[in-house]
Design a binder for this molecule. Structure first.
Ligand code: LMR
Length: 394
């Protein structure tokens, strides 16, 4: 049986991680996988998370099973964090998942269960794993225009034109904030236009929000998701706690299914529980527990928000420094978009050959499409990157 298996295409992000680890150069720079790093290059455990973990270690009395969709307190806390008061809690079905990827996977499966012919329209470009999971599930992915290479900004006209042609029954995948890989986000007017378009066509929105708090702040980053959930008939939301709580390996995420008609909540909730049972029974609890404790305790929440805000500002500072350094060295504003982008990622607009030269000649690792993880930089390495980029692209 095993002999019938074929080699699988390598995951570009994880392959880059391995190649970086094997590079013996001491001054190599890792701008690959989306993991936050501080100025010393470490990915620390956030202080509030560590404290929640200490408290939980003392309080926990059993490791017996919870319900199929996880702790209801986690669902309440995450619904409030992501959706604020945009919808009533009785409109939201929720299921804990292993990370944001788990939520994305469960959402795609739910879509296929509801409509086996549904296609999922994805921004071009999008996170490669969206495409990979869709292909794995046999769901057709249809790209819509999103990014305008010439400006490094959102191609709003192209996007709205393409979305206007998406039929009812299909799904439109949107990145809630901090678009991965481009870093280019919709502004509030563009979000409003997307909502109007979706409401005209009847297509169902699905939002992947994995970086809430890394862009313009916790509420601003969720504004698009809230607008969609509040104004569209039905919305799926896959949210991750990996980045904003720094609990990557704990695998903590949630899938929310929001319906204006609250009578749909029960059937959605039932199907989310069923899907969890089929795929892994119970979602992991530890990370979800820490998130629930942090969000539910005023002091821990304030400490977490302050630390998240410091991380956000540090990425913005690195963006400003990089944009300025590139402007100075290249003598042009062609990289000005670096300071406009939000979140961890920016697509620099370099060719695969230029990316390869950066890796081979300068020890700078980024994805083949020239996506960099801004949080992989430091004040010291920004000038190194800028010089290398200008050299290979000059
Ligand atoms: C990334 O895009 O680098 C992150 O979302 C990590 C991952 O799982 O790919």
């Amino acid at each position: 049986m095993l002999g019938a298996l074929r080699d699988q295409p390598a995951d570009k992000i994880l392959t880059l991680m391995q190649t970086f680890a094997q590079d013996p150069r001491a001054d190599k720079i890792d701008l690959g996988v989306g993991v936050y790093r501080d100025a010393a290059g470490a990915t620390p455990i956030m202080r509030a998370v560590k404290e929640a973990e200490r408290q939980w270690w003392e309080e926990e009395t059993t490791k017996s099973y919870l319900g199929l969709v996880g702790d209801p307190g986690f669902a309440d806390a995450m619904t409030e964090l992501v959706l604020g008061d945009a919808v009533g809690r009785e409109q939201v079905a929720a299921a804990g998942t292993p990370g944001g990827t788990g939520a994305v996977r469960q959402a795609f499966e739910l879509i296929r269960m509801a409509n086996p012919r549904a296609r999922v329209h994805v921004p071009d470009p999008t996170w490669p794993n969206h495409l990979s999971i869709l292909a794995h599930l046999g769901i057709e992915a249809v790209p819509y225009r999103y990014f305008y290479d010439a400006t490094g900004g959102v191609d709003a006209d192209g996007m709205l034109t393409d979305l206007a042609c998406v039929p009812r029954g299909d799904v439109v995948l949107l990145h809630g904030c901090c678009h991965n890989p481009t870093g280019a986000d919709l502004n509030p007017a563009e979000w409003r236009a997307v909502v109007d378009t979706l409401n005209r066509t009847g297509a169902t929105p699905m939002i992947d929000i994995a970086y809430q708090g890394f862009g313009d702040g916790l509420d601003a980053d969720a504004a698009g998701a809230r607008m969609i959930a509040g104004r569209c008939a039905e919305t799926l939301i896959a949210a991750s706690c990996s980045k904003n709580f720094g609990i990557y390996r704990e695998r903590t995420g949630i899938l929310l299914a929001v319906a204006q008609e609250s009578r749909l909540r029960a059937v959605a909730q039932d199907n989310l529980a069923h899907l969890n049972r089929q795929n892994y029974s119970f979602p992991p609890d530890h990370g979800a527990r820490l998130v629930t404790k942090v969000l539910g305790d005023a002091m821990l929440r304030a400490e977490w928000q302050a630390e998240l805000e410091r991380m956000r500002r540090s990425m913005l500072g690195l963006r400003a420094q990089l944009a300025e350094e590139l402007r100075r060295l290249s003598g042009s504003d062609r990289f000005g978009f670096v300071a406009q982008h939000r979140g961890m990622f920016t697509l620099l607009g370099l060719s695969p050959a230029q990316v390869a030269r950066l890796r081979e000649e300068h020890g700078v690792y980024m994805l083949g499409d020239s996506r960099i993880n801004v949080a992989g930089l430091s004040e010291r390495t920004v000038p190194v990157l800028a010089r290398a980029v200008v050299e290979v692209s000059g």
